[in-house]
Design a protein around this ligand. Structure first.
Ligand code: PEP
Length: 220
């Protein structure tokens, strides 16, 4: 099971408190080095598709690797929703990051309107179509309506989406969207759920530890 904590634009917990949980952490850029130095497996929250250039506000794979960062999220729904990131850009970021040696967690997922309109499968097919299988690639299925809302997908809904994604791309698929200690075990019990991308609950050390422990109880 792969458990990833996304701290978003929050300072997050003390890295030393997360040592030994076996999780991946995605802190804001200013805390990357603290996490690396604490010995945590540390990913960034985004990465650009060029090694360097005139791209104010962006960060590149070689810069992250130089810090000891091992991977990055790409295509988080907040990047797509608030910063105009497109499927094409997600594909470019992912391809370059993988070729530079980073691990990538590429995020996909439908909005509430798309789910209600019966478009979930088409959206996932479109978003996954820009990705190619790679040993360092993981997909995070994150229904947008479940992120930060407290409305988690049921284990059956997650399983259905993960099964579809895996039929399109042979990589591990983790679930994200209001994962908490009380719903983690049910999600992890699904055959195609390979872990969790945890936002809000990763900011609280006890909650995050409980989710990591639930993951560790699933036989590999
Ligand atoms: C996320 O940030 O990707 C996320 C899933 O957040 P939350 O767990 O708070 O819904």
């Amino acid at each position: 099971m792969i458990v990833v904590g996304n701290w978003k634009m929050y300072f997050g917990p003390e890295p030393s408190e997360l040592v030994g949980l076996g999780a991946i952490v995605c802190p804001p850029y200013t805390r990357l080095l603290d996490c690396v130095e604490a010995g945590l497996t540390t990913y960034a929250q985004n990465v650009h598709w060029e090694p360097e250039g005139a791209f104010t506000g962006e960060i590149s794979a070689p810069m992250l690797l130089e810090l000891g960062v091992r991977g990055s999220l790409v295509g988080h729904s907040e990047r797509r929703q608030y910063f105009g990131e497109t499927d094409e850009g997600v594909g470019r970021r992912t391809r370059y990051a993988l070729s530079a040696g980073l691990h990538v967690v590429a995020c996909v997922g439908e909005t509430l309107e798309e789910r209600k309109a019966g478009e979930t499968e088409n959206v996932l097919r479109r978003q996954v179509s820009v990705l190619e299988p790679h040993e360092r690639l993981v997909v995070a299925y994150e229904p947008v309506w479940a992120i930060g809302t407290g409305h988690t997908a049921t284990p059956e809904m997650a399983q259905e989406a993960h099964e579809l994604v895996k039929s399109l791309l042979d990589v591990p698929v983790i679930y994200g969207g209001s994962v908490k200690p009380d719903n983690a075990a049910g999600l992890f019990a699904q055959p195609d759920v390979d872990g969790a991308l945890v936002g809000g609950a990763s900011l609280d050390v006890e909650s995050f530890a409980a989710i990591c422990q639930a993951a560790a109880r699933i036989p590999s």
